[in-house]
Design a protein around this ligand. Structure first.
Ligand SMILES: NC(=O)c1ccc[n+]([C@@H]2O[C@H](COP(=O)([O-])OP(=O)(O)OC[C@H]3O[C@@H](n4cnc5c(N)ncnc54)[C@H](OP(=O)(O)O)[C@@H]3O)[C@@H](O)[C@H]2O)c1
Length: 483
């Protein structure tokens, strides 16, 4: 059996140090790495094996698996050196049990595979993981897909999005499809609307250069949020494997109701954080233009045109500099058809909600009405909650470790297929074009540390709905407050 080698391009960068190496180390510690595995870091910085190992900072038993080669991956001439080094490290001629990991700036995602092909390194048995973002619009994603298809077979290409590596994202599937009680309710007859929130309480930190060109739509919505929509809305595949699961994801994307002129004007709210207290405004951040119109917040109403979901709005939002960091899905069920307890002293019963918290304090909360103790029939909302903290003996695994291990085992289920990437960009492309052609389209300021532009609340009020804003200091799944 050929020795397994993982070749990381961009190995001197932040992702390698902060995410990939800890993931590899945890797989190694848990004896889940192949025997005698080799990691070859590749980047322009001039490290030796020794200085690279010191930089990564693990003990000798793990570090002795790490090696480094200094070349410029954007230039073709260094690739013969990669091949030589691989032969030297494995002791094999034309080693083929290779996993390439592209952790470089996205501008190199199209160049590196072409150099690999020219150097004959795209051998059968090799795999390639490409970091997000895969393209910046439909056309660029299609161009990238064409390049990859000319170098590798689709089963060798792993477009990574660490969101799907999270235990709680995968648990949406288990929750929906391993339980009988929710499925009969999981449709337009019983669900009024769905809310998906993925917000952060930090700004863009040191990433101004990247963020200016990306914005919230490309950074979060086109990939993470739309994947959560797919997990919430998809049909159960007959069997669970990479093809059947990903077929169902693509069906959801293909069912998204194309954005109309009305949607672009009225069902999309974009915002940008402004200075507040000690917090800087977005335009004051490093490497951000003083007149920047890049969105740091976006809220949208989207529709899925199929039998299950027709007429059920999905409200999705993401933002930087929000009051807290949280990712969650809230399913709002329809109210009871008749409010028999409502009276002068008794408020309307509230509709049931199911909250699926992806992070932090992962868990699931079902909210329902009960009678308040005492005279009369006053009802109030209570919740039944499950928190992953209750499974203390089962550590919640790291997303990167899970995904790297899946790739080593040739399991592409949790990676994005070429048609899904394109279907998702196809849906968002009109919005990107609209903003490009109409830079004067509204961009609302919101003070850093607040829940975003008030216009996004107004957008939901059309449906008699409002955002569920979790409390600032989240400690457990059942702590919620209204603004
Ligand atoms: N960091 C994260 O948490 C994170 C999360 C999700 C996705 N990603 C994605 O993962 C990728 C890597 O992220 P990162 O934060 O590690 O990026 P990074 O630090 O900006 O870049 C990684 C390495 O690429 C090399 N590089 C930079 N410009 C280059 C150029 N023009 N030509 C050749 N090599 C160049 C640099 O190494 P040398 O100068 O030594 O060559 C750098 O250390 C990015 O595409 C990012 O979008 C990152």
């Amino acid at each position: 059996m050929s020795k397994f080698v993982m070749i990381i391009f961009g190995a001197s960068g932040d992702l390698t140090k902060r995410k990939l190496m800890p993931a590899l180390f945890s797989l190694y510690r848990e004896k889940r790495m192949p025997d005698d595995f080799i990691v070859l870091g590749v980047a322009r910085s001039t490290y030796t094996d020794e200085t690279f190992r010191t930089r990564i900072g693990y003990d000798d038993t793990f570090s002795r698996h790490l090696h480094y080669l200094s070349i410029d991956p954007s230039k073709a001439d260094g690739y013969a050196q990669i091949d030589q080094r691989l032969e030297q490290l494995t002791g094999e001629t034309k080693p083929a049990n290779l996993l390439f990991y592209l952790a470089t700036p996205p501008s190199l995602y199209g160049i590196i595979p072409q150099h690999l092909k020219r150097a004959g390194l795209n051998r059968p048995g090799t795999r390639i993981i490409v970091e997000k973002p895969f393209g910046y619009d439909l056309q660029s994603a299609q161009e990238l897909n064409n390049i990859y298809a000319s170098v590798f077979e689709e089963h060798q290409i792993y477009r990574i999005d660490h969101f799907l590596g999270k235990e709680t994202a995968q648990n949406i599937l288990a929750f929906r499809f391993a339980n009988g009680i929710f499925e009969p309710l999981w449709n337009r007859n019983y669900i009024d609307y769905v809310e998906i929130t993925a917000v952060e309480n930090m700004g863009i930190e040191e990433r101004g250069g990247y963020y200016e060109g990306a914005g919230a739509l490309r950074d979060m919505v086109q990939n993470h949020l739309i994947q959560l929509v797919a997990l919430t809305a998809m049909e159960p595949p007959a069997k669970f494997n990479a093809e059947t699961f990903r077929n169902e994801v693509v069906k959801v994307y293909d069912s998204l109701r194309p954005l109309t002129e009305e949607d672009l004007n009225e069902h999309v709210v974009r915002g940008q954080y402004t200075a507040s207290g000690s917090r800087k405004g977005y335009r004051e951040e490093d490497n951000v233009a003083a007149e920047s119109r890049t969105e740091t917040y976006i809220a949208m109403k989207i529709g899925i045109e199929n039998w299950r979901w027709s007429g059920v709005p999905f409200y999705i939002r993401t933002g930087k500099q929000m009051p807290t960091k949280v990712t969650e899905i809230v399913i709002h069920f329809r109210s009871t058809p008749h409010q028999m307890f409502h009276g002068e002293d008794t408020p309307y019963a509230r509709a049931n909600q199911l909250v699926i918290r992806i992070q932090p304090h992962e868990g699931i909360v079902l909210k329902f009405e009960l009678k308040e103790p005492g005279g009369g029939f006053k009802v109030k909302q209570v919740s039944m909650d499950f928190s992953y903290d209750q499974l203390r003996d089962v550590p919640v695994g790291d997303a990167y470790a899970r995904l790297i291990e899946d790739c080593i085992q040739n399991d592409a289920t949790l990676f994005t297929r070429s048609d899904a990437i394109e279907a998702s960009w196809r849906f968002f492309d009109p919005l990107l074009k609209y903003w490009k052609e109409k830079p004067e389209a509204p961009l609302y300021g919101y003070p850093a540390g607040t829940w975003g532009p008030l216009e996004s609340e107004a957008m939901m009020n059309e449906h008699n709905a409002s955002w569920t804003n979790p409390c600032k200091n989240l400690t457990n799944t059942d702590q919620y407050c209204e603004l």
